[in-house]
Design a protein. Structure first.
Length: 248
């Protein structure tokens, strides 16, 4: 019966876990071999492109972290995406020829600059490049969908837990440590991204720490200890579980 159907577990799609796609290192190697992209060092606060700027290039994040920022009509900044090593930036500019958001570095890193026309020409000569491009676009669409699901369906504590899980698993897929992560965003930026206030983010982090799901490495609470990433997923699922019926 439909009422007995087991609900699907909610988790953000990991951006590099799609079967059949190349690893981050393999992808970067293929791009380097076929396109010889320009390498550009970036520092915290640098914008590699801004909303309204004419589109002509895509960017691949070789190292570091980026946030994608949209400017609302009233002038407020809204964080709409996060980018990790191996992610592509600039797809939003393809449709109408102009970038729709700002791409801003959250720490020192390196991006590879790929002219879009040169990429299309290389894809015609080397089909694996086209498959790689399509896979990157597909993963971005899937992650955007799951991010929206998180904001629309999860309570605040679960939203923060899933955000930390996503960050840790993204690092794990890139061979980086996950037992302790450094958040490159302020509490206000996290709240902006997750659709909640700074105070709500702080309370959610405190509750996760109180429940021993996470810990803090220092007083500033920028470095977060994650003893078990699976515990974050379990926390999210517990928040989604229907309450037990009360006895009459």
């Amino acid at each position: 019966m439909r009422g007995n159907r087991k609900p699907k577990e909610f988790q953000m799609t990991d951006i590099t876990a799609t079967a059949g796609t190349a690893s981050t290192a393999d992808m970067l190697r293929l791009l380097c071999d076929r396109l010889c992209p320009q390498r550009r060092v970036v520092h915290t606060g640098d914008a590699i492109y801004q909303a309204g700027e004419r589109f002509g290039k895509l960017y691949i994040l070789s190292s570091g972290f980026f946030k994608i920022v949209n400017l609302a009509a009233d002038g407020r900044e809204q964080v709409v995406g996060l980018k990790f090593r191996g992610d592509w930036l600039g797809f939003d500019g393809i449709a109408d020829g102009h970038y729709a958001c700002d791409a801003v570095a959250m720490d020192t890193g390196e991006v590879w600059v790929v002219p879009y026309g040169a990429l299309l020409a290389a894809c015609m000569q080397h089909p694996p490049l086209l498959q790689l491009l399509h896979a990157a676009m597909s993963r971005e669409i899937a992650h955007d969908r799951d991010s929206l699901m998180s904001v629309c369906t999860l309570p605040a504590d679960a939203r923060v837990a899933d955000f930390l899980r996503y960050w840790a698993e993204s690092l794990a897929e890139r061979g980086m440590r996950t037992d302790q992560i450094t958040l490159r965003m302020t509490r206000a930026e996290i709240g902006n991204y997750l659709g909640m206030t700074l105070e709500t983010v702080s309370r959610a982090l405190s509750r996760l720490a109180r429940d021993k799901v996470i810990g803090f490495a220092e007083k500033g609470r920028r470095d977060v200890r994650i003893p078990d990433v699976g515990a974050l997923s379990a926390f999210v699922q517990r928040c989604l579980a229907p309450a037990a019926p009360m006895l009459q």
